[in-house]
Write a protein that binds this ligand. Structure first.
Ligand code: ZN
Length: 262
């Protein structure tokens, strides 16, 4: 069965479902309809007992270029005409970026990010919400927003949880990308394979994981997430989000937007 979606491609592959963001013309930038659809399909898959593992990827050359900046921010209900306010930014980012990201992280079954080309900013966030990452040799990861957008990193500061603190600082301060090979060496990704083998290698890993007893796997994932939470994961993510939104209200952020005509 292959269902039809507006912004996604869904492939049912036995116990594995592969979901691809299908916006290749904009390098799979994440706009509101895409993120709504992704969240909705994950809710469906969470309840579908036939599904054991979910692969998240992108159609075309890239995993995702990040948030769709052209698509703008969601207005608060009843405040459709307001400009770039803290309230509007918070309303939009808390739901579309933080809540939806944590829903990927808290999805009850194993997830694998299938990453090729760019995984930038919001793309980096979503890839790192998955349990496992398989990357092609051409993949790269970056978070250039402090250098380019006067923002205190992206909304979900997952970086120090998936690499050493020192590497995370270098990545964030410099805005320089991390290659797939570097990501492998620092333990951020599980496998790096030639581009031509990405889909088959990811599916092979997914099928291996899908052989495990599903309830035990679900309980284990819950424990792994709770272990991180006892180390402060969710609290740290939420604390950073407030700080991130403070950075959108800064003078330098206003100057950046004025310079870019936004
Ligand atoms: Zn933001």
């Amino acid at each position: 069965m292959t269902a039809t979606y507006e912004n996604l491609i869904r492939e049912d592959l036995g116990p594995v479902v592969r979901i691809l963001v299908n916006r290749p013309r904009v390098a799979n930038a994440q706009d509101r309809p895409t993120l709504d659809e992704l969240d909705a399909v994950l809710r469906e898959l969470a309840d579908d007992e036939a599904v054991r593992v979910v692969i998240l990827g992108g159609e075309g050359k890239h995993f995702s270029s990040g948030h769709d900046m052209q698509a703008g921010l969601a207005p608060r209900p009843g405040h459709e005409d307001e400009g770039f306010t803290v309230e509007r930014v918070w309303f939009h980012e808390a739901k579309y970026y933080v809540e939806y990201c944590l829903a990927v992280r808290n999805f009850p079954k194993p997830t694998i990010a299938e990453v090729k080309g760019a995984a930038i900013a919001g793309g980096f966030m979503v890839a790192n919400m998955c349990d496992l990452i398989v990357a092609s040799e051409d993949a790269f990861f970056s978070d250039p927003v402090v250098q380019g957008m006067a923002a205190a990193g992206v909304e979900v500061l997952v970086h120090p949880w998936v690499m050493t603190s020192r590497r995370a600082r270098e990545m964030l301060f410099t805005g320089e990308p991390i290659s797939a090979q570097d990501a492998l060496e620092m333990g951020m990704v599980n496998r790096v394979v030639p581009r031509a083998d990405l889909e088959s290698a990811t599916l092979e890993l997914a099928n291996k994981v899908a052989q495990a007893y599903p309830f035990a796997t679900r309980l284990l994932k819950r424990s792994l997430n709770l272990t991180q939470d006892m180390m402060g994961f969710t609290n740290a993510i939420q604390a950073h989000f407030a700080t991130h939104d403070l950075s959108h209200a800064s003078v330098e952020s206003a100057e950046m937007r004025a310079a870019r005509g936004r």
